[in-house]
Design a protein around this ligand. Structure first.
Ligand code: URA
Length: 201
């Protein structure tokens, strides 16, 4: 069993948030290739995700898939997960303690995946990787930390029905392929021990 599959088992057994553990149908750890260079992180599972145990399988997920298609990718090419691994009842906002309890799973996931680029979708993943920042200011820009580039996008569910946001999220998605290529370039530069130079923010 892979380390990621072992992690999924631990997540499935997690009862750190009593209410979520008692009300969930199942945990939704995330899915995608274990060697994915690109990881998308949403907020929390909703009704359909809780039923199926898979992230982004509802309307927002269909839109995310369309956005991926616009850059020549399929859903199965990327890794998709959420900040919270259980559905908050009634799709309420996750509580600060729930976010804190669940943090260890996302951290371990990212460590195992070791992606080149992390894309935040919506406010909870934004708050984790861009603390104190506002989405209207930083969406569509990348920030590099170590060997990973972080890129903030609006949540597809928010952008789906609001025309101006929809155009924004579509335009932001189109920036991802070149940013991903740029991270690779920086890695090569690092191997030759030259100073790193990527600052996109
Ligand atoms: N919204 C999210 O943030 N995550 C999902 O998995 C589905 C909808």
């Amino acid at each position: 069993m892979s380390a990621l599959a072992e992690l999924y088992q631990k997540i499935a057994a997690c009862r750190d948030c009593e209410e979520l553990a008692n009300t969930r149908t199942q945990t939704v750890p995330g899915e995608g290739p274990e060697n994915s260079q690109l990881v998308f992180i949403g907020e929390a599972p909703g009704f359909h995700e809780d039923q199926q145990g898979r992230p982004f399988v509802g309307q927002a997920g269909q839109f995310l898939e369309q956005l991926l298609n616009s850059i020549g990718m399929r859903r199965s090419d990327v890794y998709i997960c959420n900040v919270i691994k259980c559905r908050p009842p009634g799709n309420r906002d996750p509580l600060p303690t729930e976010i804190k309890n669940c943090q260890k799973w996302l951290d371990q996931q990212l460590e195992l995946l070791s992606p080149k680029m992390v894309v935040t979708l919506g406010r909870y993943s934004l708050a984790k990787f861009f603390p104190g920042e506002t989405i209207s200011k930083i969406h569509g820009k990348a920030r590099r930390q170590g060997n990973v580039s972080y890129f903030a996008m609006y949540h597809p569910a928010a952008a789906l029905h609001q025309q101006s946001l929809r155009q924004t999220i579509e335009a932001d998605m189109l920036k991802i392929p070149s940013l991903l290529a740029q991270v690779e370039e920086v890695k090569e530069v690092k191997e030759e021990n030259k100073p790193q130079q990527l600052s996109l923010f």
